[in-house]
Design a protein around this ligand. Structure first.
Ligand SMILES: *Cc1c(COP(=O)(O)O)cnc(C)c1O
Length: 387
């Protein structure tokens, strides 16, 4: 009786129904499935942040509607975090807003700037929200391929002029989910110039900006000249402080772009629970030892997994950042077929690259959200099957 809108019908189909079904069946058979599918930290939020939340939740003034843009104290804390971690100076009153997780901000940005028929440049493979939020705003997603031979960076030259001319937003995400690629200054400068020349908003998703290894430091786009003219950067406490369930993130950068996004938000949501903001202030302004500890844990897991996969003859790069390992599927398989085989024969769940877009084909993604012992067991299981 109630037909969903054409807009919703345009969204891509959910590809993992079959894999979900297989997982359930395996578990019913008594197999302990090792799930490398979920990009959600298994490590709890650091104690000092949880303690701050407990105190904050007791305060009646925190029980009321928060402000749309976030407490000034919170926005100051974000500015402090950017200054201490990236050397970037932000004006907390004009260049920072709170978000209910960065996904919320990413999903609302096209509504603020895209008109019917405008293009949005989305990386493929990529976080699916760039694509779907474009469709929800009646925009046209133009897939920009991330290819192995280019280090999983887009080739801007390949974007046709007529598309670039009608593009309003370009989404980028480095360190990258799912490929775990990173971007350096020259590339970032190129992206900024490309957008500036064509009047395109550069929307950078920096969710993994603090998940880095071997002393590598990920660059905020705002560190690079000219970024403040065209760039909005999305960031979040989710991955940095293991706070995915708390729903708090923020956007920083160009004031005019932030204003547009905030205008959508004031009509849709009513801000982030102030107690959560107070806990976030403690996280952002406190010691960053917990971030270092987090990175040490993922780095050890990465080493165990990458070594194991290579011993099995699989082709994987050792990521400098993110908690993902992007693994080429062996000859003779596509990503869905390979993922099904691992689940069927070894009880190991990985995400097929195709789920991140057509250019993700040929790869599967392992999330490093399982402990070392579990990763070792997974490698043992894989040794017992024919790859
Ligand atoms: C996890 C993730 C996010 C979203 O995180 P929030 O919890 O909404 O802040 C955004 N982008 C990418 C690429 C992610 O993997």
């Amino acid at each position: 009786m109630f037909e969903i809108s054409e807009r919703l019908r345009r969204l891509p189909p959910y590809l993992f129904a079959e894999i979900d079904e297989m997982k359930k069946r395996k578990e019913e058979e008594g197999v302990k499935v090792i799930d490398f599918g979920v990009g959600d930290p298994d490590i709890p939020t650091p104690k000092h942040i949880v303690d701050a939340m407990k105190k904050a939740v007791e305060k009646p003034e925190n029980h009321r509607y928060p402000s749309y843009e976030g407490l000034l104290e919170f926005r100051r804390a974000v500015a402090e975090f950017y200054e201490r971690r990236k050397g970037v100076k932000l004006d907390p009153e004009r260049e920072v807003i709170s978000l209910i997780g960065s996904k919320e901000g990413i999903a609302h940005l096209p509504l603020a700037f895209v008109n019917d028929g405008d293009y949005v440049l989305v990386p493929d493979p990529g976080y699916p929200v760039y694509y779907s939020s474009t469709l929800l705003a009646d925009g046209i997603p133009y897939k920009v391929p991330l290819k192995k031979e280019n280090g999983f960076l887009p080739d801007f030259e390949s974007i046709p002029d007529e598309v670039a001319k009608k593009a309003k937003i370009m989404f980028l995400n480095y360190p990258n989910n799912p490929t775990s690629a990173v971007a350096e200054k020259d590339f970032i400068k190129e992206a900024i110039d490309f957008c500036k020349d064509r009047g395109i908003i550069l929307a950078h998703d920096f969710a993994y900006g603090e998940i880095t290894f071997d002393g590598y430091r990920a660059k905020s786009f705002l560190e690079v000249d000219g970024a403040f003219e065209v760039c909005i950067e999305f960031n979040s406490l989710s991955k940095t402080f293991n706070m995915t369930g708390w729903r708090i993130g923020f956007a920083v950068g160009n004031e005019e772009i932030l204003k547009g996004l905030l205008k959508v938000k004031t009509n849709v949501d009513s801000g982030v629970f102030q107690a959560v903001q107070e806990a976030a202030i403690v996280a952002l302004t406190g010691s960053y030892e917990c971030i270092e500890e987090n990175c040490r844990i993922y780095q050890e897991r990465r080493d165990v997994l990458v070594r194991g996969l290579r011993e099995l003859g699989l082709e994987v790069e050792k990521p400098k950042a993110t908690f993902y390992v992007w693994c080429e599927v062996p000859e003779g398989y596509d990503s869905m077929g390979f993922a099904k085989k691992l689940l069927e024969e070894a009880g190991i769940l990985v995400t097929p690259g195709l789920g991140f877009g057509e250019y993700g084909e040929g790869f599967v993604r392992f999330a490093l959200t399982r402990d070392v012992k579990t990763i070792e067991e997974a490698i043992e299981r894989l040794k017992n099957i024919e790859l």
